[in-house]
Design a protein around this ligand. Structure first.
Ligand code: RP5
Length: 215
């Protein structure tokens, strides 16, 4: 998408959020989407925050990505004063593992939506912003389709590498040969079932048995 005018506003409550929020900016760079980044604190600069939200659409922004930690009111407050889609990123702080940020952002009242991503999920926020823009931009949608195809290829390659590792004679010893009911290492058993299934060795019976063991 060629545009010098920022289409996405990436804002956060403090510069200390940038190590997390930078991942959203990275994605926008990858897709060639113009963006701006700034600190807009809901609590420390509330008037400026309201002005940012109120002017965002008229300045040409199409999507706002807002990240904050703790009592994370920035995404919701921006959503209340702009008609633009707002994506909220819960930033994890030192205490509470980001649950405080997550609940502050996700529990919006009816009528004021914020699309909340996972704690620390700024990369997905960037990808969601790209998808929103791509809904009305064929070129960007093609880029997204190609991106998704690469993800699929990577996942398939990981599966192939794992199956090969598990099934090679020199591979790691697993519990896969143990009699039913003696599979002591859950992870290896599940992986083994998937691996053998993928190679079509008729492991259906074993798979069913293992699932029963773990239920
Ligand atoms: C929040 O307070 C910010 O979003 C940040 O996550 C947190 C801490 O800010 P600093 O004290 O590091 O400036 O408003």
């Amino acid at each position: 998408m060629q545009s010098d005018v920022p289409l996405v506003g990436v804002v956060m409550g403090s510069d200390s959020d940038w190590p997390v929020m930078g991942a959203a900016a990275e994605v926008l760079d990858e897709f060639g989407v113009a963006y701006e980044a700034d600190v807009v604190s809901a609590h420390r600069m509330p008037r400026e925050m309201i002005a940012y939200g109120e002017q965002a659409a008229s300045r040409g922004l199409k999507v706002i990505i807002a990240g904050a930690g703790g009592a994370a009111h920035l995404p919701g407050m921006l959503a209340s004063v702009t008609p633009l889609p707002v994506i909220g990123v819960p930033v994890p702080l030192k205490y509470l593992d980001g649950m405080d940020s997550l609940l502050s952002i996700v529990q919006m009242p009816a009528g004021i939506p914020v699309a909340t991503v996972a704690v620390g999920g700024a990369r997905n926020a960037g990808l969601l912003a790209v998808r929103i823009l791509a809904a009305a931009d064929d070129e960007l949608r093609t880029q997204m389709i190609e991106f998704q195809a690469r993800l699929t290829a990577q996942a398939k390659a990981k599966g192939a590498a794992l199956r090969e590792k598990l099934l090679s004679p020199a591979g790691p010893r697993t519990d896969r040969h143990l009699p039913a009911g003696q599979c002591r290492r859950l992870k290896w058993c599940v992986v083994t079932v998937r691996a053998t299934r993928g190679l079509g060795r008729g492991a259906g019976g074993r798979a069913r048995h293992n699932r029963k063991d773990f239920s």
